[in-house]
Design a binder for this molecule. Structure first.
Ligand SMILES: NC(=O)c1ccc[n+]([C@@H]2O[C@H](COP(=O)([O-])OP(=O)(O)OC[C@H]3O[C@@H](n4cnc5c(N)ncnc54)[C@H](OP(=O)(O)O)[C@@H]3O)[C@@H](O)[C@H]2O)c1
Length: 403
């Protein structure tokens, strides 16, 4: 099986088998793809002649050796998604952009996989304001370092790195990043899996370990339990010993949420989730609600809390939340917080600790990453349309075309 066939097999597998996957490392990335395939095939033929080329492991080792070679430094024109005006998915345009060379403190990274996050939709629609216009969307990617800025130590060409958070601009074949914003991706974790879990997993980490410390005996309510963050959040809260109640919109999503550690699943399009939480908890309520849905669930979420419970409002996929009158919290002496990953990973130490815990939990099996949907990067508009219309489960990943 040659490299291309292996690659296509992997790709088709993604499209047709949405389930828990731990994929082999992708081999080759970027705009030297075809020349690299030729070089790879030559190398593979030679390897076969000399060393009875028989295993996928051998192919992977040879391909990895090729993929870390530095590209032509002059080739800094890349394909990227650009947004020139706010609007629907159709404003995501596939264009050529010049990325330049890394300066002091920066690296250039050729992306292997780009995580799609709901925040990308907020920026596209203008719910949050993008720092520039036009702009390249995206807050998460994993790739290979192709150049390091002058004087930078601790990073070298060929390192596999990931980032989740600022700066915006990951919907591109290659990008310049501040070295302090990236973390090393362990070689045991496939770059596609890493791009599916880094930002969403660090969000789950802040929610269950820092914003509120989930412990055995707690009962937690997680809305959108089959979503990208929701899937990881339920698994993590379950592993910490909590009783997990999840809400989802469909029976199919309910089945996934069950697999991900929800002890009780409520289909909130069909059932009143406040009534169901009261039944499940014998009217005691839950210690904490993790609410990323916002407008449609916020009020009901407050009603599900125990006295002195914590309302964690960390997103608004259904729309912006109406202003909250303070007396609404006074009825049960509730706490309300609106955390953001950027503030919880404000320092390098916080970033390293959060990413380290996420990768450790992936390696140990506490987190089983659902890479349910992959799209070519050029098809980002379709990916946005599917995420926005609630068609997706688990993580959504964009793969640079030709990878
Ligand atoms: N604060 C932070 O730092 C932070 C960081 C990361 C993510 N987030 C937030 O976490 C949430 C999840 O992000 P994600 O990327 O993992 O997305 P996601 O959960 O995979 O997708 C959003 C889900 O929200 C649910 N939903 C309910 N009403 C919706 C509506 N009217 N339109 C669209 N979706 C609706 C859907 O699940 P059902 O079909 O089951 O209802 C949908 O699948 C987002 O709100 C995001 O902003 C916050």
């Amino acid at each position: 099986m040659n490299l291309l066939r292996l690659h296509l097999h992997r790709y088709q597998y993604h499209y047709s088998h949405p389930k828990l996957v731990q994929l082999p490392n992708p081999f080759v990335s970027g705009h030297h793809y075809h020349t690299r395939i030729n070089r790879f095939n030559t190398q593979a033929r030679n390897t076969k002649k000399n060393h009875s080329f028989s295993t996928v492991t051998t192919i992977k080792a040879a391909a990895r050796a090729i993929s870390v070679s530095a590209p032509d430094p002059a080739a800094t024109m890349v394909k990227a998604i650009r947004v020139h005006e706010l609007g629907g998915p159709e404003v995501l345009k596939w264009e050529d952009v010049e990325i330049g060379e890394p300066k002091e403190g920066e690296i250039r990274v050729k992306n292997k996989a780009i995580g799609l996050n709901f925040i990308d939709i907020y920026f596209r629609k203008g719910v949050y304001k993008a720092p520039t216009m036009p702009y390249t969307p995206g807050m998460e990617a994993v790739g290979v370092v192709t150049a390091v800025g002058p004087g930078l130590t601790g990073r070298q060409v060929g390192d596999v790195v990931g980032y989740g958070g600022n700066p915006m601009g990951s919907y591109t074949e290659e990008q310049i990043l501040p070295a302090e914003k990236v973390v090393t991706v362990p070689s045991s974790i496939d770059p596609i899996v890493a791009a599916s879990v880094l930002l969403k997993g660090m969000t789950a980490q802040l929610l269950v370990c820092r914003c509120f410390k989930v412990e055995p005996g707690h009962t937690v309510l997680v809305h959108a339990a089959a979503g990208g963050v929701g899937s990881l959040l339920c698994q993590w809260a379950n592993a910490l010993g909590a009783t997990v109640i999840g809400t989802v919109s469909t029976k199919e999503k309910a089945a996934q949420a069950k697999e991900d550690g929800c002890h009780h699943v409520i289909i909130y399009k069909e059932e009143d989730f406040v009534t169901r939480v009261n039944e499940i908890t014998s009217c005691k309520g839950v210690e904490v609600v993790y609410d990323s849905v916002g407008k449609d669930t916020f009020q009901g979420s407050l009603e599900c809390l125990k006295p002195r419970g914590l309302m964690v409002s960390f997103g608004q996929s259904s729309g912006t939340i109406d202003p909250v009158p303070l007396p609404a919290l006074g009825v049960k002496s509730l706490f309300l917080t609106r955390p953001s990953l950027m503030q919880y990973n404000a320092t390098r130490d916080e970033l390293l600790e959060a990413a380290g815990e996420v990768f450790a939990n992936v390696a140990s099996g506490v987190l089983r990453v659902r890479v349910n949907h992959t799209y070519p990067l050029s098809q980002a508009a379709q990916a946005h349309a599917d995420l926005e219309s609630r068609k997706t489960y688990g993580s959504v990943v964009l793969i640079p075309d030709g990878n």
